[in-house]
Design a protein around this ligand. Structure first.
Ligand code: ADP
Ligand code: MG
Length: 256
C-alpha cells in the first residue's frame, strides 16, 4: 500500500481490507512499515517504545515470526507492529548490505505461516522503507484521495515502481488503484475519479470508498470499521473492495 502523500487512506485501506478478507476466512498479515504505527494502533497491537517490531527485523535480523501478533477478536488476522524506532531505520539501513531487500528476505524466511494475503502499510515517503516494501511485494496498491492535487506526485511514485521493477523485483505489478474519501456531493470528486479512470483503466477498482466518519473513528477503539460499525457506508465499501480484490486474485490464479 503505497503513496508518498500522507493522509490519502493507506493505513485505513490496509487495515480494513485486511479485516474484511480475514472475516471471509483468509489468513491475513498487516506489516506496519510506518514509524507512526497507525496500523498497529488500529489493530490493537502493542507498539510502545521497546516492543520488538519491524525495526528489529530490518536492522537487527530478528525473525519476523517473533514479532507477529494475532489481532484480538479477529481470527486469521495478524499484525507486525511498527515502533517509532523505525524512523531511524531509514538512515541506519543506508550502509547495510542488502539494504533494499531486508524485508523481502525476512518475509521469505517466514513462509511457514502461510498467509493468503500480506499487506505492507508504507510510510508517506519514497525512501528505503518504501523501497523495501516494493522489493518484497508482488503488487502495488495505490490509494488515491478524490481531492484536488490527488494526481500530483503520482508520476514520481510510478517512476519509483518502475525503478524497483528494473533493479530489484521484476515481477512487481501496479495492480490496483483505489479511490478513497469520495464525496459524491462534489463535482471535484467525480472529476478526479474520471481522470484517474481514464489514465489507469482497469487498474482502478470499481468500488470507491466514500468519506465516512465511522472510518476515522474506528482506530481510536482499536478496531477496523468492519467490527466497529459493520453497517456503515465505509465498512460496506471496503467489504466490496475486498471482494473485488479476491475475485481478481482468483481469476489470475485460474489463468482466466
Ligand atoms: P495515510 O495512511 O495515507 O496517511 P490514513 O489512512 O491514516 O492515511 O487516513 C488519513 C486520515 O483520514 C485518518 O484520520 C483516517 O481516519 C481518515 N480517513 C481515511 N479514509 C477515510 C474516509 N474514507 N472517510 C473519512 N475519513 C477517512
Ligand atoms: Mg498511514
Amino acid at each position: 500500500m503505497s503513496n508518498q502523500k500522507g493522509g490519502v487512506g493507506k493505513t485505513t485501506t490496509s487495515v480494513n481490507l485486511a479485516a474484511a478478507l480475514s472475516m471471509h476466512g483468509q489468513r491475513v498479515l498487516v506489516v506496519d512499515l510506518d514509524p507512526q504505527g497507525n496500523a498497529s494502533t488500529a489493530l490493537a497491537t502493542d507498539h510502545r517504545a521497546g516492543t520488538p517490531s519491524v525495526y528489529q527485523v530490518l536492522v537487527d535480523d530478528l525473525a519476523l515470526a517473533s514479532i507477529v501478533k494475532p489481532v484480538p477478536d479477529m481470527p486469521g488476522l495478524f499484525c507486525a507492529p511498527a515502533t517509532l524506532d523505525l524512523a531511524g531505520a531509514e538512515i541506519e539501513l543506508v550502509p547495510m548490505v542488502g539494504r533494499e531487500t531486508r524485508l523481502k528476505r525476512a518475509l521469505a524466511a517466514f513462509e511457514s505461516m502461510e498467509f493468503d494475503y500480506i499487506f505492507i502499510d508504507c510510510p508517506p515517503s519514497l525512501g528505503l522503507l518504501t523501497v523495501n516494501a516494493m522489493a518484497a511485494a508482488q503488487e502495488v496498491l495505490i490509494p488515491i484521495q478524490c481531492e484536488y492535487y490527488a494526481l500530483e506526485g503520482l508520476s514520481q511514485l510510478l517512476q519509483n515502481v518502475e525503478l524497483v521493477r528494473v533493479h530489484l523485483n521484476q515481477t512487481l505489478a501496479l495492480s490496483t488503484i483505489l479511490l478513497t474519501m469520495y464525496d459524491g456531493r462534489t463535482r471535484l470528486a467525480s472529476q478526479v475519479a474520471d481522470e484517474v479512470r481514464s489514465h489507469f483503466g482497469d487498474t482502478v477498482l470499481d468500488s470507491v470508498i466514500p468519506r465516512s466518519v465511522r472510518l476515522s473513528e474506528a482506530p481510536s477503539y482499536g478496531q477496523s470499521v468492519m467490527t466497529y460499525d459493520p453497517g456503515s457506508s465505509g465498512a460496506m465499501a471496503y467489504m466490496e473492495a475486498a471482494r473485488e480484490i479476491a475475485y481478481r486474485a482468483a481469476t489470475v490464479a485460474d489463468g482466466s
